[in-house]
Every structure is written in C-alpha cells, then in structure tokens.
Design a protein around this ligand. Structure first.
Ligand code: FMN
Length: 168
C-alpha cells in the first residue's frame, strides 16, 4: 500500500457532487479470495453517529451485492479521467460474465485491512459497514419522481464508516 498516504476525511479536497456524480467511483470488495468491482455514481459522504460515513446504494441484482453482503468492509476508489473507460466497463459489464480486473487492466492492491483497491486510484475511501437497509416502496414520499427507477429491484442502502482515506 506504499502508493498511498493517509489523510483525514476532513482533508478531502474534492467536491462530493463532482466526485461521485460526475467522476464516478468503483465499489470494490472481495469474496472467497476473488475481487469484483462496480461503478457507482449515486451515493454520498457525510457524518453519522459522529463518524465520517459513506452512503452507497446497490441494487441486489449486482454481482457485487453478494460481495458486499459477505464482508464487513469494502472500498470506494476514485480515478483520474484517463481511467474513464475502465469505469464505463465496470458499470456496464458484470463480474458474473467477466474478470473485470483482467479486462480493465487495473492493478489490485490491498489496504492494511486486506481490502482491495487499485494502484491507479487517486482517492480511496476505506469503508466498514455500520448499517444496511433495503429501500422500499412504502417509504417513497415523491412517488412520481422516485418510482420510475424501480420495478422490484430496490437499492440496498449501506451507511459505512470511512475508516481510512487514501490519496497519492
Ligand atoms: C455511471 C454509472 C453509475 C452507476 N451507479 C450505480 C449505483 O450507484 N448503484 C448500483 O446498484 N448500480 C450502479 N450502476 C450499475 C452497475 O455499475 C452495473 O450494473 C455493473 O455492471 C454491476 O456489475 P456487477 O454485476 O459486476 O456487480 C452504475 C453504472 C454506471 C455506468
């Protein structure tokens, strides 16, 4: 992990709307020794239970979902624009059909906690799940706006402590 140095969450310089919504991130997790990652552009960062946290929303049909469910930790990695093609691939192809690490050519490196991220990342949020709950139809307030995003595939929300922030 010598490619990265640690900073505190308070010292993250990025605007979260650009970082998550425009740049996109890779949620990456390990299960039974294999690594899978998927692109995310919905979610957030903030403060909950007096901790820096990340909010992620993962639909249950994602292959990555099983990885997130099986372990308490995962990473969210952010990249420079030259990795956009890899993020497009990871956001349109499933780990069920492709070895995404091989196909993208990204280099897996492990955090001190043994969680996978990538040497090419410029910012990594190391996450530990604190709370997980599926969204549901009864809880939607603005049905007209929100319901079109769902058939019966409601995202599961994960609120995770950001235990480490890694930068180059
Ligand atoms: C820009 C972008 C953002 C995405 N954001 C999310 C997201 O926040 N949550 C989600 O469940 N899927 C999201 N996806 C879809 C998954 O990345 C996509 O279905 C991926 O192929 C799942 O891979 P997997 O089956 O290997 O887990 C996004 C896709 C793209 C292209």
């Amino acid at each position: 992990m010598s490619v990265f140095k640690k900073i505190s969450a308070q010292d993250i310089k990025d605007n979260p709307f650009r970082l998550i919504g425009d740049d996109w991130g890779l949620v990456t997790a390990v299960k039974d020794g294999s690594v899978n990652m998927m692109t995310v552009s919905w979610g957030g960062v903030g403060v909950m239970w007096n901790k820096p946290v990340a909010f992620t929303f993962i639909r249950p049909q994602r292959y990555t979902f099983g990885f997130l469910e099986s372990e308490s930790g995962f990473t969210i990695s952010f990249f420079d624009e030259d990795c956009r093609k890899a993020l497009q691939f990871c956001g349109s192809k499933s780990g069920r059909d492709y070895d995404k690490v091989k196909e993208t050519g990204l280099t897996v490196v492990y955090t001190e906690e043994g969680l996978p991220t990538f040497a090419e990342a410029r910012l990594v949020l190391v996450c530990k799940k604190l709370y997980a709950q599926p969204l549901n139809e009864e809880s939607i307030v603005e049905k007209e706006m929100v319901s079109p995003y769902y058939q019966d595939d409601y995202h599961k929300m994960y609120i995770s402590e950001i235990t480490e922030v890694l930068v180059k």
